[in-house]
Design a protein around this ligand. Structure first.
Ligand code: KIV
Length: 273
């Protein structure tokens, strides 16, 4: 008989309960192997719509579809046993009405096994968040720089500076009051990240929002140094996988050209020895 304890996957309520106790570690993932790598270290794994830019070469997240999210969500679910799995609602799948949001959130959860959805927006999305939460769908909010609104913002700019901080605080409070289990704060001044974190009962997860947030999230390809098209100021590269991969590919190409690969140990004999 195995004495191993069964592994319990974290749920949104476990993430909420971490506020004030320990910093919440979050990363994105889009594939099974990366999900397996991050699972043991992360409290929460987000299947972000950043997948469109990171893996599909899109200019923004606006072209990401339900179908893409479902395929990547299914792949990530196969690699997770411990971390809470959250999936992004893509642009156009939730803004029209609470009923549209429920239909698409339910499909994302049913077809991927994610335990929560994330959607972008503050006060104007509060009714939708409450509608989902009241019907059994845990919601993670996302305010500050919400990339799906990049065209309205006129670029990926810092949000909530100066007087705009009050509006952002009101957005955060509305998302929390609507029942979200946590909220992502993206690209806001450090002092505002601290204020919002202090004001809310639910955890804040920062990305470019300073160290006072209850947790941090990064796009996994950014922090691994795998996505190198550009590097936002808030990204720290903890690895050099992009450069390492380029070196490995150059070594492979050289070995094929000079005939040193495949060697005898990579080849098969006629007879089994
Ligand atoms: O899509 C994404 O990866 C995100 C995180 C960066 C918060 O929304």
């Amino acid at each position: 008989m195995s004495m191993n304890k069964p592994v319990i996957q974290k749920m949104p309520g476990d993430i909420s309960a971490m506020k004030g106790h320990s910093n919440i570690v979050c990363l994105t993932a889009y594939t099974t192997p990366v999900a397996q790598i991050v699972d043991g270290q992360c409290d929460l794994v987000l299947v972000g719509d950043s997948v469109g830019m990171v893996l599909h070469g899109l200019d923004s997240t606006l072209g990401v579809t339900m179908q893409m999210m479902i395929l990547h969500g299914q792949a990530v679910a196969r690699g997770l046993t411990r971390a809470c799995m959250v999936i992004d609602m893509p642009f156009g799948s939730y803004e029209e009405s609470p009923a549209q949001a429920f239909r698409n959130a339910a499909q994302l959860m049913a077809e991927t096994g994610a335990s929560a959805v994330k959607l972008e927006g503050g006060r104007h999305m509060a009714e939708t968040i409450a509608f989902l939460v009241q019907r059994g769908i845990p919601v993670m909010g996302h305010i500050g720089l919400t990339p799906q609104s990049v065209n309205s913002f006129g670029g990926y700019k810092v949000q909530g500076r100066g007087a705009a901080g009050e509006a952002l605080l009101a957005d955060a409070q509305a998302v929390a009051d609507a029942g979200a289990f946590s909220v992502v704060l993206e690209k806001v001044p450090h002092s505002l990240g601290a204020r919002v974190t202090q004001a809310l009962d639910i955890p804040t997860v920062g990305i470019g929002a300073g160290d006072a947030c209850d947790g941090q999230i990064l796009v996994v390809d950014d922090m691994l140094g795998l996505f190198t098209a550009f590097k936002p100021k808030f990204v720290k590269r903890f690895g050099t996988l992009g450069a390492d991969a380029a070196t490995a590919v150059a070594m492979y190409a050289q070995a094929v050209r000079d005939g040193s690969f495949p060697a005898a140990e990579h080849s098969f004999k006629d007879e089994v020895s």
